[in-house]
Design a protein around this ligand. Structure first.
Ligand SMILES: *Cc1c(COP(=O)(O)O)cnc(C)c1O
Length: 403
């Protein structure tokens, strides 16, 4: 992989902050965007902006074609059987809300949903809303000391009332990659469906929803080099067909009358209102960027950075790293000495390093770890060993102040 050729596609990487070169290590929050994605947005606005699916005119047809090409690119990217099963959303959060809200209507009081303690708030709160609406009970899988999921505890949580499992593909804090295929098999053995929060999956792991055996898979474009404001929910056709619509409005109907309304076919049944057709066109470019670079090559490069950085970080006095599961994604959550995560992050910022600090939208996980927050460095395709060296040097310099 030619890192310099990749970096040259991301103009933002040339900028400075406070007169220092930017080292962007907040990729788990959002990744940067290559020129071709921004150009696709420009082209859509300057060249063929028109509402989709409604007009007979040329511009509308071009906008529709660009959006449907984005759907096909997303289908291919996750190997979904059909574009009918690929729904445009605003992101992972909306995808999970769609499942909790719509599939949730098929659940009864006392039915159980299994989550894990490492979930992002967007894979907790929608289920809590469902619990308060329908009396559904939430059960939580704990983690082992290295940050991997306790699979024995997972198996033991199933009861005759369990109906659904919702779990992240990878943790945005610990980096742990969950064994989705095995978890799906277990869920299916108990007659349950499994929903996967793929926000940290697709940017780093080659995803094949059929091989994983998952029933739903939600992800966000902005964490995989794409535009913000758009995401994908994959859902298995037979489930989507029996689920009620999530929102009502234009595009999602067959026929509307005050005597009764019918729904559009999949996937439009779940896409009320004018979709983000510009975002869909730009998402195509993000997917093609990842495919051309090679998802396995990106993963191997990020893994190299992780393996390089981790032992160097461990040499820093007072360093604690949270999440050491084998095969983890390139996310390093840490604390130094008694320093507050926020102070460490602010000092790093002044030196040009963009890292995340805080609870990372995973407060239950922070409670389980007995901490309030961490500093998090996360890597993407364009990060380099030289950046890791600079980061380690900065941590060494700051460490005496942080004990
Ligand atoms: C970022 C993230 C989300 C939420 O994604 P949005 O793009 O904010 O909807 C959910 N889960 C995980 C694991 C994440 O990292």
């Amino acid at each position: 992989m030619d890192i310099q050729a990749i970096r040259s596609q991301f103009p933002i990487l040339d900028r400075t902050v406070y007169g220092k070169p930017l080292v962007y290590l907040d990729n788990a929050a959002t990744s940067q965007t290559p020129r071709r994605v921004v150009e696709a947005i420009d082209n859509a606005y300057y060249g063929h902006k028109a509402n989709v699916h409604r007009g007979v005119h040329c511009l509308s047809q071009e906008a529709t074609d660009a959006m449907e090409a984005g759907r096909e690119a997303a289908r291919r990217f996750i190997n979904a059987p059909s574009t009918d099963e690929v729904i445009f959303t605003r992101g992972t959060t909306e995808g999970i809300n769609l499942v909790a809200s719509s599939y949730g209507q098929l659940l009864d009081e006392g039915d159980e949903v299994i989550l894990t303690v490492m979930e992002h708030h967007s894979n907790i709160v929608p289920w809590q809303l469902l619990a308060s609406r329908r009396g559904v009970v939430i059960k939580v899988v704990p983690i082992l000391p290295d940050g991997s999921l306790d699979l024995d505890a997972y198996r033991a949580l199933f009861s005759p009332r369990t109906r659904l499992v919702s779990v992240c593909h990878a943790s945005n804090v610990l980096g742990s990659v969950n064994p989705i295929r095995e978890m799906a098999e277990e869920a299916h053995r108990h007659g349950c469906v499994i929903c996967v929060d793929g926000a940290q999956g697709v940017p780093h792991i080659k995803v094949d929803v059929q091989a994983l055996g998952c029933d739903f898979y939600a992800f966000s474009s902005h964490k995989m080099y794409g535009p913000t404001g758009i995401g994908i929910l994959y859902g298995r056709r037979e489930l989507l067909e029996k689920m009620p619509p999530y929102q009502g409005g234009g595009e999602m109907i067959g026929h509307v009358s005050f005597d009764g309304t019918t729904w559009a076919d999949l996937p439009y049944k779940f896409e009320a209102g004018t979709p983000d057709y510009v975002g869909a066109a730009a998402l195509t470019q993000a997917i093609e960027f990842m495919e051309e670079t090679g998802i396995d090559a990106i993963a191997a490069h990020e893994h190299d950075l992780l393996e390089y950085a981790t032992p160097l970080m461990m040499e820093i006095p007072g360093m604690r790293i949270f999440g050491t599961a084998p095969g983890k994604c390139a996310v390093i959550s840490f604390l130094i000495g008694r320093a507050h995560h926020y102070d460490t992050g602010m000092l790093l910022d002044k030196l040009g390093f963009a890292v995340r600090t805080g609870h990372h939208c995973a407060q239950p996980l922070m409670q389980a770890l007995g901490i309030e927050g961490t500093v998090r460095a996360s890597f993407a395709a364009y990060n380099t060993r030289a950046e890791v060296d600079a980061f380690i040097a900065a941590l060494r310099r700051l460490a005496p102040m942080l004990q």
